[in-house]
Ligand binder design. Sequence first.
Ligand code: EPU
Length: 418
Amino acid sequence: MDKILIQGGIALAGEVHISGAKNAALPILAATLLSSEIHRLKNVPRLGDITTLKRLLEKIGAEISEKDDYCEIQVKHIKNNEAPYSWVKTMRATILVLGPLLARCGEAHVSLPGGCAIGARPIQLHLMGLEKMGAEITIEHGIIHAKAAKLKGAAIYLETPTVTGTETLMMAAALAEGTTTIENAACEPEIGDLAHFLNHCGAQIIGAGTDHIVINGVSALSGASYEVMPDRIEAGTFMLAAAITKGDLHLKNCRPADMISIIEKCRTTGSEIRVEKDALRVLGKEIHAVDLKTLPYPGLPTDMQAQFMALMSVSDGASVITETIFESRFNHCAELRRMGADIRVEGKHAMIKGVPRLSAAPIMASDLRASASLILAGLVAEGETEIRRIYHLDRGYEAIEQKLTDVGAVIQRVKGKA
Ligand code: EPU
């Protein structure tokens, strides 16, 4: 298995081009199943998770060709309306094909995802919403069987604002008969991006990105050309790379308006952040201890919690980080402790006492954002940090070593045996 070696202690400086958002590209790719026409998608990041979904779409019947700066995709016919366990176990977001398959061909058989490193991650709200729209759903031998000759618009209330749940229901409702409303919908910007894409295809969706979404079903969708939004979590991760190394990074092609909570929290820790039109300049200065709590959008994203933990590990005082979204998203703490961080975890809370320096150690990544946190820690640790299990990182950060090298980091991937 590959590993990453990082020499700590270098202040990063220069420009970073932020890639397209993984969590917007995934539902948009799944949504291409809703139409038989050609789609041209720009700014789709080259990532492990995106490749996994593209391969599954091909099994289902998509023809995909990669051009210089866009990807062309067409699903003329659905050859196969299944997503078996072998796919779902590699990436839970493959569940995103359930709604579109059901809406397009009246039947779908998708393996029920299990839990993962960060929590149990149920999907009962996705299924409840589809049932409200008239789907008959059974689960047998770990497979969700969903059937509906024609989905019908419905009034759906989500007890918890689920991101992929909202996306699943929005995609299904786009081709349903009549109007669907989703109350207490998740408000993440990626949901707005999916709705923009669907509306480019002829869907009628109003209010995506707020907690009240109205979808007027249409009989068919066309193809569309669309550019995926920038990745606010990748941008936030580089923001903290500037903060932790006391560097100066200019993040190009990002959307500051989607990142208010991350920007404000990073400012409170002592960094100077200049907001530009499609860019951010981050100047790392002092690192003050601040408390923080993850919340659904527009609160601080859970996908930034691990990276803030690395920053707080070298702050000037004591802080408390509260994780309210996922029940076991503190796997990085034990690894940060191996590097000298002073972190105590009790339930949803992590108490961190900032230390003057971290020291390099061999450590292991446990999930995508935990890997990013370890990279940040490695960038300031004394000595050479060795991070194993970095396949997690490749699922969600495009060309991360190259981007870090370009701004001065000494980072190297060592190829290992498979
Ligand atoms: N939940 C339920 N029932 C459901 C669905 C969700 O109780 O039926 C709960 C979950 O247990 C959790 C909360 O709702 O406590 C929020 O989970 P959500 O469903 O919103 O998460 P998700 O859709 O599975 C997406 C992102 C995650 C990100 C979360 C939260 C994608 C592909 N994944 O997951 O991204 O952490 O929203 O913002 O969009 C990542 O990129 O590293 C990542 C994990």
